[in-house]
Ligand binder design. Structure first.
Ligand SMILES: [Zn+2]
Ligand SMILES: [Zn+2]
Length: 346
């Protein structure tokens, strides 16, 4: 079927209205009428071909929330009318040890990312959420629980799971001192989720203007990273730090904040390689780790957790005609905290 979408015709070109083809439903497919689609910084990197060769035209968007309007003959997980979401991938090899363990995001075979990727046939390009509908295998779709608004749920599909997965994996909870570095689309969800997990949460930022919002969102403390004395006083006091910053940063300064055996997990992706003094690691048996989104089961766990705790993203809803200016504002960190496209305007 032909549907409306917004696409970048070539690398760096402004997005414009177009039509794309969605496949007929296979037995395990569901058709989702998209209601809201979040704008992730990744969309901009790929739309501008900053991360290597990309596929054009490109319909970005991997924070998708909508309503199921049709189901294939063998579908059991969804029925018409259900609220459903799609995140960063729409298929994977299903056979490697990571896929079998529910860690599809680390698939060792062919993974079909939601856009700028190829379907299982390794040929057909995938088109993302800046569109009015999507056809997805039920096993790669998420159930958005009742009580979670589709607009505030959309960004959970990438930003939410990107933060939930490492917080869960590294044991955020009562008595655990968690630092979240950066208060953007990722960081603001990190503060909310870590707080709901019961952790003692500190937002770490170079901007003093972030303090009031950090505390409002659930942080217990605020640490100004440009304050040398405050950073010195905070040395060796964190059990876990999740670093969302995608700009070049001084790793040693942040790693020094970790207590004995503690870990800093990188989820932001700076373009340049970072350096770290080995002494910073061995001085307190510290670890540096990385984490990339989450698998389908964990993403569902995250959505259920967010529904239970009433957590959604703070969003600015925009019309599709504003996508290009919204991208500029994302680059300038001028959004609180996620743009969400109202798909009825596409
Ligand atoms: Zn994303
Ligand atoms: Zn796999």
């Amino acid at each position: 079927m032909k549907i409306s979408a917004y696409a970048a015709p070539s690398a760096g070109a402004p997005l414009e209205p177009t039509t794309i083809e969605r496949r007929d439903l296979r037995s395990h497919d569901i058709l989702i009428d998209i209601k809201f689609s979040g704008i992730c910084h990744t969309d901009i990197h790929q739309g501008r071909e900053e991360w290597g060769q990309a596929i054009f035209p490109m319909v970005p968007g991997h924070e998708i929330a909508g309503v199921v309007t049709d189901v294939g003959s063998a579908v059991t997980k969804f029925k018409v009318g259900d609220h459903a979401g799609v995140g960063c991938f729409v298929d994977s090899c299903r056979e490697c040890e990571h896929c079998k363990a529910g860690l599809e995001q680390y698939c060792q075979g062919h993974i079909s990312v939601t856009y700028n990727g190829r379907e299982a046939d390794k040929e057909t390009p995938t088109y993302g959420g800046y569109s009015t509908a999507i056809v997805v295998d039920e096993n790669y779709s998420l159930t958005i629980p009742a009580g979670l608004g589709l607009d505030v749920a959309a960004p959970l599909m990438c930003a939410g799971i990107t933060m939930y997965s490492p917080l869960h994996r590294w044991g955020a909870g009562p008595g655990v001192r968690v630092g979240i570095v950066g208060l953007g689309g990722l960081g603001h969800m990190g503060v909310k989720i870590a707080h709901a997990m019961g952790a003692d949460v500190t937002l770490i930022s170079h901007s003093p203007h972030k303090e009031a919002d950090a505390l409002r969102l659930g942080a217990d403390h605020f640490l100004l990273s440009s304050d040398k004395e405050a950073m010195k006083a905070a040395r060796s006091t964190f059990d876990l730090i999740i670093n969302t910053v995608s700009a070049k940063l001084d790793l040693d300064r942040y790693m020094s904040l970790l207590a004995l055996d503690a870990t800093m997990v990188m989820v932001g992706i700076p373009e340049e390689a970072l350096s770290l003094r080995t002494f910073t690691l061995i001085a307190a048996r510290r670890s540096l780790a990385g984490s990339n989104i989450g698998g389908i089961k964990e993403t569902q766990d995250m959505l259920d957790f967010c529904a239970e705790h009433g957590l959604g993203s703070d969003v600015e809803i925009i019309d599709a005609q504003e996508i290009n200016s919204a991208w500029e504002r994302v680059i300038n960190s001028d959004v609180k905290y996620r743009f969400v496209i109202d798909a009825s305007t596409i």
